[in-house]
Design a protein around this ligand. Structure first.
Ligand SMILES: [Zn+2]
Length: 144
């Protein structure tokens, strides 16, 4: 089983709480929580729309929440997904790039499934953004 630090356990709890507020029309509930560089935590949930292209993933919702409060750099993000049709909880490709945009190569992504309002410990996985998106667009690198 993946060992978590205390702040990572708390990040999962914040994501789990946010998941309850997800606006789901056909998909599954997702909650996210980002830890900003200054240690503050910001939650997000997915918001679906009947209009294609609208709505937002929980990860980007949480990052927007951090930005709204003036935090532009994230060090960790926890993602919790509740739904039977998802086997492996993962950010989508767009969110991976977004996490990279507001993180560093070592920004940690913590992923887990939830069931009946609780994290399923056997589903917890942690990766860095560099592991999950090794060929991201990195504006700083491209500009130098
Ligand atoms: Zn996404």
């Amino acid at each position: 089983m993946t060992r978590l630090s205390l702040d990572e356990e708390e990040l999962f709890e914040v994501a789990l709480k946010a998941l309850k507020n997800a606006h789901v029309l056909w998909g599954c509930r997702v909650g996210a929580a980002v830890q900003a560089q200054n240690g503050e935590t910001y939650a997000g949930c997915n918001v679906e729309s009947w209009v294609s292209g609208l709505g937002i993933c929980a990860e980007r919702c949480a990052i927007h929440h951090a930005l709204l409060h003036g935090n532009r750099k994230i060090t960790k993000i926890a993602i919790v997904i509740e739904g039977d049709h998802i086997n492996t909880p993962r950010p989508c490709g767009a969110c991976l790039q977004y996490i990279r945009d507001f993180g560093e190569n070592e920004t940690k992504i913590l992923m887990a499934k939830a069931q009946n309002g609780k994290i399923k410990p056997e589903t917890i996985q942690t990766k860095t953004i560099e592991e999950m998106l090794p060929y991201s667009i990195n504006w700083k690198t491209n500009r130098s």
